[in-house]
Design a protein around this ligand. Structure first.
Ligand SMILES: Nc1ncnc2c1ncn2[C@@H]1O[C@H](COP(=O)(O)OP(=O)(O)OP(=O)(O)O)[C@@H](O)[C@H]1O
Ligand SMILES: [Mg+2]
Length: 365
């Protein structure tokens, strides 16, 4: 089957909430998913991920905007007219039906012939690694197996679009990692256009072609995992994707996009400043823990000075907490050699691996 694109265009949905009053669960959300692409909506609890996904599925009608699938406006089509597979967080299997009947359900309601149903159920159970499970019941299955059944049930109808709402959150950490890879492999194999929802940034980074970060009902930035990590457009995205030190700095000179700043009392060249930045402005440097190096004091020369306030040896890396005046910096070192770990309390020099450090404007509350 030819893969189709999904376009969510200016979609808004408001609810009246008992505690919060009127809330925009989704606010002017626009998202384009290319045919065969795997796009994840990522954001904190309550940011509108499920609402947007349910609008794509047709379980909710938006107050404004439209949903276009394969070039066709489906905004007012019922869910069962959309040819979409949906995988829920809690699996939503029917406990009184066998696994085979659970998977067959979507084919039965579509009046597919019995022999064809049997063939496709067998085929799709094999595809998710559950060959021979037809006559089991869901209470005889582990969480991971139930999630595979839910996946089988979603794909057996040969949907044009596959939607996932936090499908792995009920599984333990190890199984989550294995299952996300399986979902990704299957999605690639079937080349099926997919929208995935999670609040787990690592999961999003691991499976997605592209991530749309949401906050308070809106998409605040979209891009590939490395785009978002290396070029966050706001403190919210910088803090949501990976760990970060946001360091206040003063612009000393701005020229041709880049310039010089003072940070922790020292001058530093940066390749790109915010467009409106002028000398004297305060900006914030986005420093990932691995973009900071700590040097023993004797090699530190003219670097900003700090003190090791905490150290965690984790095998392939060492994590330090380094105090510099009022700032506490998270630092990760991957090139420690046996015998030369820095001790707690040791004075160090703090070095920034520039010059392509992202710089954000100061955010006004
Ligand atoms: N049926 C509803 N009635 C009233 N308010 C709702 C309803 N559904 C969602 N909301 C509100 O809309 C906002 C967005 O909810 P939504 O379920 O889309 O968030 P989410 O990003 O999926 O969060 P989570 O990660 O916790 O699942 C929340 O403030 C929520 O309380
Ligand atoms: Mg949700």
């Amino acid at each position: 089957m030819e893969a189709v694109g999904v376009r969510v265009e200016g979609v808004s949905k408001r609810y009246s909430h008992k505690v919060k009053g009127e809330v925009y669960a989704a606010r002017d959300v626009t998202l384009d998913v290319r045919p065969g692409e795997f796009v994840t909506m990522l954001g904190p609890s309550g940011c509108g991920k499920t609402t947007t996904l349910r609008i794509i599925a047709g379980f909710e009608t938006p107050d404004a905007g439209r949903v276009v699938i394969g070039g066709r406006d489906v905004t007012h089509d019922l869910a069962n007219q959309r040819n979409i597979g949906f995988v829920f967080q809690n699996y939503a299997l029917f406990p009184h039906l066998s696994i085979g009947e659970n998977v067959a359900y979507g084919l039965r309601v579509r009046n597919v012939a019995a022999a064809e149903i049997e063939r496709r159920v067998r085929e799709v159970l094999a595809l998710v690694g559950l060959a021979g499970y037809e006559h089991q019941f869901s209470n005889q299955l582990s969480g991971g197996e139930q999630q595979r059944v839910a996946l089988a049930r979603a794909i057996v109808i040969r949907p044009q679009v596959l939607l996932f709402d936090e499908p792995l959150s009920n599984l333990d950490a190890k199984l989550r990692v294995a299952m996300r890879q399986e979902i990704r492999d299957l999605q690639r194999r079937l080349a099926i256009t997919t929208v995935y929802v999670t609040h787990d940034q690592e999961e999003a980074m691991a499976v997605s072609d592209r991530i749309a970060v949401m906050n308070q009902g809106s998409i605040v930035q979209e891009g590939s995992a490395d785009d978002l990590y290396y070029r966050p457009a706001s403190a919210f995205v910088a803090q949501f994707i990976g760990r970060v030190n946001l360091l206040p700095a003063r612009v000393e000179a701005a020229s041709g996009g880049g310039g010089e700043v003072t940070v922790l009392g020292h001058r530093l060249a940066v390749a790109a400043l915010p467009a409106a930045a002028r000398a004297g402005d305060t900006v914030r440097l986005v420093l990932r823990p691995e973009a900071i190096a700590v040097r023993p004091a004797q090699d530190a020369g003219t670097l900003p000075q700090g003190t090791v306030a905490g150290r965690m040896f984790l095998g392939e890396k060492v994590e330090y907490l380094v105090r510099c005046g009022e700032m506490a910096l998270q630092v990760v070192s991957y090139d420690a050699r046996p015998g030369d770990l820095l001790a707690e309390g040791a004075p160090v020099g703090v070095d920034f691996k520039g010059p392509d450090i992202p710089v954000l404007p100061e955010e006004r509350p």
